[in-house]
Design a protein around this ligand. Structure first.
Ligand code: GLY
Length: 352
């Protein structure tokens, strides 16, 4: 496993490894034979999308199941079709689902694995930056409804995650940028898991790490946060930093923004809200803008945003526990701040 970094998600007897590095996908057969959850598996249902084009070898009998390309695949009908396919293939509870793709594939395959035969093991082979540093790690799975994103799902932790940085090289620039917004988020989470990684850099900045170590650092931060609050009753909500405006822009739907690009806009906005509330100063806002710019993210509000509509949409974000709870930076780092007033939200939108 030369050059492969192992990060563990520590969840007691459900702990699992995340292997990060060039060629990590070639560890699939070994990982399947070593995990207590998959060692007895005789069949692997490999779920992917046509456009992914990443081959894997599970080392046991396998069949490939293609779901439609794009976010459109994240619907209950896809889960039904996959489970029917698994059944025709003869997949049993002791077998395994292998998801090969980005966030859409790991969300859909993970949810199908969570409900098929009331739960079969899943291993994620994450092929996008966003999938590697966020979607594939932490056990959130699910699909969208016409009424909103990710409204149906389950927490279903994988048996292992493989993050092959070799495949990132073939991603289109826009797909990489979609991951950079989430990468930027990790600069502000404030987890002790970041410290060993920051200590390797000349000026204590995650952006100075080579890509494999940067992915591993983000995975380590996410693993620590997930382990502290697996089902998001509190601290895990910090992983949604920048997501309230991002989700509103995505629900509004008129803007050509990938998820990570929307998160970048949301991070800058959250910094402006925090400054208006006196929680952070100009230098900290500038730090947000510096990090975003370093990832090539301009983080500007798209032209034509209707402030009233966006503020109304904040209240419909399923992550909000009341209409205007925001994850905001402050003197002690990020925290969920309830009751942010509409005047502040509008004032920060005006400053964008
Ligand atoms: N993507 C945020 C989380 O996994 O909690």
């Amino acid at each position: 496993m030369a050059g492969i970094i192992r990060v563990d998600v520590p969840l007691g007897d459900r702990s699992y490894p995340v292997l990060v590095g060039a060629g990590a996908r070639h560890q699939l057969a070994t990982v399947l034979s070593e995990s207590r959850l998959t060692a007895a598996a005789q069949r692997a249902a490999v779920v992917t999308q046509r456009g992914i084009g990443v081959e894997v070898d599970p080392g046991i009998a396998s069949e490939s199941f293609e779901i439609p390309d794009g976010e459109q695949a994240k619907q209950l009908a896809t889960i039904g079709e996959l489970c029917s396919g698994f059944s025709r293939f003869g997949l049993t509870r002791r077998d395994v689902v292998v998801a090969v793709g980005g966030g859409v594939v790991t969300d859909v395959a993970g949810f199908a694995a969570a409900v098929y035969h009331r739960g079969v093991a899943v291993v994620h082979v994450a092929t996008t930056l966003l999938g590697q540093i966020d979607a594939a790690v932490g056990g959130k799975t699910g699909v969208n409804l016409a009424e909103g994103k990710n409204l149906v799902g389950a927490f279903w932790q994988p048996a292992a995650v493989l993050c092959d940085t070799e495949v990132l090289g073939s991603l289109p620039e826009r797909e990489l940028r979609a991951g950079y917004g989430e990468l930027a988020k990790y600069h502000f989470i404030g987890s002790p898991a970041a410290e060993p990684w920051l200590a390797k850099t000349p000026s204590g900045d995650l952006g100075e790490l080579p890509i494999g170590e940067r992915v591993a650092a983000c995975v380590a931060i996410k693993a620590e946060v997930v382990a502290s609050d697996e089902t998001e009753s509190g601290r895990r909500a910090l992983l949604n930093y920048g997501h309230t405006l991002a989700h509103a822009l995505e629900i509004e739907g008129r803007f050509d923004l990938r998820h990570g690009e929307a998160v970048a806009v949301g991070l800058r906005y959250a910094a402006l809200v925090a400054r208006l509330l006196g929680r952070i100063d100009d230098a900290r806002v500038a730090e947000h803008e510096r990090v975003l710019a370093a990832y090539g993210l301009d983080a500007k509000l798209p032209a034509g945003v209707d402030a009233d509509e966006i503020i109304e949409l904040f209240g419909r974000d399923k992550k909000a526990t009341d209409a205007v709870t925001f994850v905001l930076d402050g003197p002690s780092g990020l925290e969920a701040v309830p009751g942010v007033e509409a005047g502040v939200l509008r004032g920060a939108l005006d400053q964008m």
